[in-house]
Design a protein around this ligand. Structure first.
Ligand code: DAT
Ligand code: MG
Length: 149
Protein backbone atom coordinates (compact mmCIF):
# COMPACT_ATOMS: atom_id res chain seq x y z
CA UNK A 1 0.00 0.00 0.00
CA UNK A 2 1.21 3.48 -0.86
CA UNK A 3 1.90 6.01 1.90
CA UNK A 4 2.24 9.79 1.93
CA UNK A 5 3.47 12.39 4.39
CA UNK A 6 0.94 15.10 5.25
CA UNK A 7 1.66 18.01 7.58
CA UNK A 8 -0.86 20.55 8.86
CA UNK A 9 1.21 23.71 9.03
CA UNK A 10 1.13 26.21 11.93
CA UNK A 11 -1.66 28.26 10.31
CA UNK A 12 -3.89 25.20 9.98
CA UNK A 13 -3.36 24.26 13.62
CA UNK A 14 -3.82 27.83 14.89
CA UNK A 15 -7.00 28.25 12.85
CA UNK A 16 -8.57 25.12 14.28
CA UNK A 17 -8.56 23.19 11.01
CA UNK A 18 -6.89 19.99 12.23
CA UNK A 19 -10.19 18.10 12.45
CA UNK A 20 -11.34 19.44 9.08
CA UNK A 21 -8.18 18.21 7.35
CA UNK A 22 -8.23 14.79 9.01
CA UNK A 23 -11.91 14.47 8.17
CA UNK A 24 -11.28 15.05 4.46
CA UNK A 25 -8.65 12.31 4.28
CA UNK A 26 -10.87 9.96 6.30
CA UNK A 27 -13.94 10.62 4.16
CA UNK A 28 -11.96 9.90 1.02
CA UNK A 29 -11.22 6.47 2.45
CA UNK A 30 -7.54 6.79 3.31
CA UNK A 31 -6.08 5.17 6.42
CA UNK A 32 -4.21 7.09 9.11
CA UNK A 33 -1.10 5.15 10.11
CA UNK A 34 0.83 7.80 12.07
CA UNK A 35 0.15 11.18 13.67
CA UNK A 36 1.80 13.58 16.09
CA UNK A 37 1.53 17.22 17.12
CA UNK A 38 4.99 18.67 17.37
CA UNK A 39 7.15 21.77 17.61
CA UNK A 40 9.47 21.53 14.62
CA UNK A 41 13.20 22.16 15.07
CA UNK A 42 14.97 24.51 12.69
CA UNK A 43 17.14 21.58 11.58
CA UNK A 44 14.13 19.44 10.64
CA UNK A 45 12.37 22.33 8.86
CA UNK A 46 15.52 23.10 6.84
CA UNK A 47 15.94 19.44 5.91
CA UNK A 48 12.29 19.03 4.96
CA UNK A 49 12.39 22.07 2.68
CA UNK A 50 16.00 21.48 1.57
CA UNK A 51 14.99 21.36 -2.09
CA UNK A 52 13.97 25.03 -1.79
CA UNK A 53 17.09 26.24 0.05
CA UNK A 54 18.15 28.60 -2.71
CA UNK A 55 14.71 30.17 -3.18
CA UNK A 56 14.02 33.67 -1.87
CA UNK A 57 11.14 32.42 0.28
CA UNK A 58 13.20 29.70 2.04
CA UNK A 59 14.14 31.65 5.19
CA UNK A 60 10.59 32.89 5.74
CA UNK A 61 9.19 29.43 5.10
CA UNK A 62 11.47 27.87 7.73
CA UNK A 63 10.61 30.62 10.27
CA UNK A 64 6.92 30.01 9.62
CA UNK A 65 7.13 26.23 10.06
CA UNK A 66 8.98 26.52 13.38
CA UNK A 67 6.80 29.38 14.68
CA UNK A 68 4.03 27.22 16.19
CA UNK A 69 3.12 23.50 16.36
CA UNK A 70 2.34 21.40 13.31
CA UNK A 71 0.49 18.08 12.98
CA UNK A 72 2.55 15.48 11.10
CA UNK A 73 0.70 12.51 9.65
CA UNK A 74 1.18 9.49 7.43
CA UNK A 75 -1.79 8.36 5.35
CA UNK A 76 -2.10 5.12 3.43
CA UNK A 77 -4.14 3.95 0.45
CA UNK A 78 -4.16 3.34 -3.29
CA UNK A 79 -2.53 6.30 -5.10
CA UNK A 80 -2.59 8.30 -1.87
CA UNK A 81 0.38 10.48 -2.88
CA UNK A 82 -1.27 11.95 -5.99
CA UNK A 83 -4.75 11.89 -4.48
CA UNK A 84 -3.48 13.65 -1.36
CA UNK A 85 -2.12 16.44 -3.56
CA UNK A 86 -5.51 16.67 -5.25
CA UNK A 87 -7.30 16.96 -1.90
CA UNK A 88 -4.82 19.66 -0.87
CA UNK A 89 -5.04 21.76 -4.05
CA UNK A 90 -2.60 24.01 -5.92
CA UNK A 91 0.28 25.65 -4.03
CA UNK A 92 -1.19 29.16 -4.18
CA UNK A 93 -4.57 29.06 -2.38
CA UNK A 94 -5.91 32.05 -4.28
CA UNK A 95 -5.97 29.87 -7.39
CA UNK A 96 -6.57 26.46 -5.77
CA UNK A 97 -9.86 24.93 -6.85
CA UNK A 98 -12.85 25.25 -4.51
CA UNK A 99 -13.40 21.94 -2.76
CA UNK A 100 -9.70 21.53 -2.07
CA UNK A 101 -8.25 22.26 1.36
CA UNK A 102 -6.21 25.23 0.20
CA UNK A 103 -8.99 26.40 -2.11
CA UNK A 104 -11.56 26.35 0.67
CA UNK A 105 -9.49 27.78 3.52
CA UNK A 106 -6.53 29.78 2.21
CA UNK A 107 -5.68 33.07 0.51
CA UNK A 108 -1.89 33.46 0.25
CA UNK A 109 0.93 31.12 -0.74
CA UNK A 110 2.86 31.68 2.49
CA UNK A 111 -0.14 30.55 4.55
CA UNK A 112 -1.36 27.57 2.55
CA UNK A 113 -2.23 25.40 5.53
CA UNK A 114 -0.86 22.03 4.61
CA UNK A 115 2.01 20.07 3.08
CA UNK A 116 1.71 16.86 1.09
CA UNK A 117 4.46 14.78 -0.53
CA UNK A 118 4.69 15.39 -4.28
CA UNK A 119 5.88 11.92 -5.45
CA UNK A 120 6.17 8.37 -4.14
CA UNK A 121 9.93 8.67 -3.65
CA UNK A 122 9.61 12.03 -1.88
CA UNK A 123 6.93 10.52 0.35
CA UNK A 124 9.26 7.71 1.41
CA UNK A 125 12.04 10.21 2.21
CA UNK A 126 9.72 12.54 4.12
CA UNK A 127 8.13 9.74 6.16
CA UNK A 128 11.64 8.60 7.17
CA UNK A 129 12.61 12.16 8.06
CA UNK A 130 9.56 12.83 10.26
CA UNK A 131 8.71 9.46 11.81
CA UNK A 132 10.51 6.62 13.55
CA UNK A 133 9.51 3.17 12.33
CA UNK A 134 7.75 2.38 15.65
CA UNK A 135 5.62 5.52 15.41
CA UNK A 136 3.78 4.05 12.41
CA UNK A 137 1.08 1.42 12.83
CA UNK A 138 -0.10 -0.85 10.03
CA UNK A 139 -3.73 -1.85 10.43
CA UNK A 140 -6.54 -3.05 8.23
CA UNK A 141 -9.68 -0.88 8.23
CA UNK A 142 -12.82 -2.99 8.71
CA UNK A 143 -14.53 -1.22 5.78
CA UNK A 144 -11.76 -2.05 3.29
CA UNK A 145 -14.04 -4.29 1.24
CA UNK A 146 -16.40 -1.35 0.76
CA UNK A 147 -13.60 0.95 -0.45
CA UNK A 148 -11.73 -1.37 -2.80
CA UNK A 149 -12.97 -3.97 -5.32
P1 DAT B 1 3.84 22.64 -2.35
O1 DAT B 1 3.70 22.90 -0.88
O2 DAT B 1 2.52 22.79 -3.07
O3 DAT B 1 4.52 21.33 -2.66
P2 DAT B 1 6.34 23.91 -3.13
O4 DAT B 1 7.02 22.62 -2.81
O5 DAT B 1 6.60 24.53 -4.46
O6 DAT B 1 4.75 23.80 -2.97
O7 DAT B 1 6.73 24.99 -2.03
C1 DAT B 1 6.80 24.63 -0.67
C2 DAT B 1 6.17 25.70 0.16
O8 DAT B 1 6.91 26.91 0.05
C3 DAT B 1 4.75 26.09 -0.29
O9 DAT B 1 3.77 25.23 0.25
C4 DAT B 1 4.64 27.48 0.22
C5 DAT B 1 6.05 28.02 0.07
N1 DAT B 1 6.23 28.76 -1.19
C6 DAT B 1 6.34 28.22 -2.43
N2 DAT B 1 6.47 29.17 -3.37
C7 DAT B 1 6.44 30.35 -2.69
C8 DAT B 1 6.51 31.71 -3.08
N3 DAT B 1 6.67 32.06 -4.36
N4 DAT B 1 6.42 32.64 -2.11
C9 DAT B 1 6.28 32.31 -0.81
N5 DAT B 1 6.19 31.04 -0.37
C10 DAT B 1 6.27 30.08 -1.30
MG1 MG C 1 6.46 20.67 -2.42
Amino acid sequence: MERTFIMIKPDGVQRGLVGEVISRFERKGFTLVGMKLMAVSRELAEKHYGVHKDKPFFAGLVEFIISSPVVAMVWEGDSVVASGRTLIGATNPISSAPGTIRGDFGITIGRNLIHGSDAIETAQQEIKLWFQEDELTSWEPSNKGWLYE
